[in-house]
Every structure is written in C-alpha cells, then in structure tokens.
Design a protein around this ligand. Structure first.
Ligand code: QAP
Ligand code: CO
Length: 174
C-alpha cells in the first residue's frame, strides 16, 4: 500500500473519520503501511486520515528517555473513546500534516481511553505525559480538528502568514 501524508490546507483533513467495523486484512495493511511512513518522517503519532483514509484508527510510538522509539512501544488504537480526563498541561506540538510549525497547546494532563486493537479486542489505556498529549492530538484528527485550530486569533494569523512563506520556500527547493 503506497501512502503519502496529506498536508494542510488540504480539505480532506477536515473530514470526520468513521468507525472501524471490519478488523480485517485491509485494516492490517493500512496500519502496517502507516508505521514506516510515520517513522521515516520523524513522527511519533499518525491518524489514518493523515494518509487519506478517514477511519477511526491511529498509531503512536512515543520515544523513551533515551530518545529511542522501539517498535514494541507502538500503540495501534482503533475506535478510541475518552472515558476520563483530568488536569491541564501545555506542550509545544507539531503535526506531520502541518510541517515545520510548532506551537504551545493546552491539553488534559491525564486521560483514560477505551479502544480496540487491530483484532477488535477492547482495551483500556491510562495515559499521562507525552502519550496523553499525543492521544488527544490524534483523536482530534478523527473529528477533522487540527492543533492550529486551538490557537488564539492572533496566533492563527501569525501561523497562516508563516506557513504560506514556508510552503513557498519548500516548493522552490523541490
Ligand atoms: C502529534 O506529531 C503530537 O512539523 C504527532 O517537520 C505532537 O509526530 C503528539 C513532525 C506533539 C504529541 C505532541 C512535525 C515531523 C512530527 C513536523 C508528530 C515536522 C516533522 C509530528
Ligand atoms: Co497531527
């Protein structure tokens, strides 16, 4: 399966992703193809919609203390639902679909989700730290929400200007 990252301002990022019903080979092929594209683009999280598949599926591979990102730490999260959220934390976020832009975003510090794995088994996950932040960021993608939507009006303006300039630079260097 050949995948590529959909980048802002592509409208496809605004679709609402649909529930996964079939935990079949198609889903497994998609998840298997998402992993290398995330790693090769230096990502720690990727939602299916970011590779043009509007399904409620996402993967996360958070680096450990040594900055390593072993595959055994990979989470494959299907049909997640938040069951508990607490506290507040701010982190400078980025997104593979909004390259080269980073901004402080406020999220819950602790989060508990129910989800399904690639075989449809139901699981619960208690998360804090970067994992909790990443889950919230990726779950926003399932609703068509990007982290830049959470910026103040002034910061969003600054982003739009800076992003246009960056896109021009990237095009001219290709
Ligand atoms: C979402 O983001 C996230 O601009 C995952 O040039 C963000 O993997 C979770 C990336 C913050 C938790 C905290 C972004 C790579 C990767 C870029 C990513 C870029 C290259 C973003
Ligand atoms: Co993102």
């Amino acid at each position: 399966m050949k995948l590529s990252i959909v980048e802002y301002p592509d409208k496809r990022l605004r679709q609402k992703s649909v529930e996964v019903k079939d935990f079949d080979e198609n889903l497994h092929n998609l998840l298997d193809a998402m992993y290398p594209i995330m790693i090769n683009t230096n990502g720690i999280g990727l939602a299916a919609i970011q590779v043009a598949h509007p399904l409620r599926a996402l993967i996360l591979n958070i680096p450990d203390e040594d900055g390593e990102q072993p595959r055994e730490n990979l989470f494959e999260i299907i049909n997640p639902v938040v069951v508990k959220a607490d506290g507040e934390t701010v982190y400078q976020e980025g997104c593979l679909s909004v390259p080269q832009f980073y901004e402080d975003i406020k999220r819950h510090e602790f989060i508990t989700i129910n989800y399904q794995d690639r075989d449809g088994n139901t699981k619960t996950l208690d998360a804090d730290g970067l994992l909790a932040i990443a889950i919230q960021h990726e779950m926003d993608h399932l609703e068509g929400i990007l982290f830049i939507d959470k910026l103040s009006y002034a910061r969003r303006k600054k982003f739009e200007k800076e992003y246009k300039r960056l896109q021009k630079e990237r095009k001219s260097s290709k």
